[in-house]
Design a protein. Sequence first.
Length: 213
Amino acid sequence: MSVPLPTVVIGAGGHGKVILEVLLEAGIEVIAVVDSDTGRHGTTLLGVPVVGGDQELQRWRPQDILLANGIGSTGQRHRRHLFERMKAAQYRFATIIHPSAVIGREAMIAEGGQVMAGAVLQPGVLLGRNAIVNTGARIDHDCVIGDHCHVAPGAVLCGGVRVDLDAHVGAGAVIIQNMVIGEGALVAAGAVVVRPVSAGGRVVGVPAKEMGS
Ligand SMILES: CC(=O)SCCNC(=O)CCNC(=O)[C@H](O)C(C)(C)COP(=O)(O)OP(=O)(O)OC[C@H]1O[C@@H](n2cnc3c(N)ncnc32)[C@H](O)[C@@H]1OP(=O)(O)O
């Protein structure tokens, strides 16, 4: 993990809490949490103050802090929109890796990539900007995971899988080697993918089939 600056977490919900846990576990200085829910303002999250909404980020110049995206996703775009809005305002995002994660040689994690506790990225894996590899997910050699994708807890990607922009791989899903999961596609929790999934597709079951088919 390379987080040389004080960090502010955006989002005080479930994903924000897990991201904060990773940062604290890695010994990173987290100075504040912001959240649009006014009911959370003035509270704390794992001991860190929730200081207000996004507008509170104006307290810090973009060059003085890093952001951590605490918005989760299961196919919605809020998380991506937040990332793009803050990048347009010149902020930078921390790349976040839990100390228990295993990162193989020549694996690369782009800005804002998040790798949770117990996850494994084998050699040659590329993880895109603002993408999540969630708790205990296993990504085998040479997989390429696009920007803003979410590989949910416990999913298994065999070697050489490509997951395109904005796609979601559900909790506990298994994707066999060399499959392509198209842009914006959704693989349901527990699905076993043995055929490529087209862009925007939603597949479910064992073996995975298009929902409603
Ligand atoms: C830390 C975290 O929590 S990260 C979050 C990780 N979570 C995930 O990855 C969840 C991914 N989401 C899913 O798997 C969802 O169930 C979805 C997106 C596939 C479907 O959600 P919805 O569109 O709301 O569908 P809905 O719940 O109405 O179900 C529609 C039908 O599909 C079935 N179905 C839904 N999900 C699944 C699934 N994962 N496997 C098998 N069948 C399913 C339902 O039983 C239902 O069947 P029925 O019509 O015969 O009653």
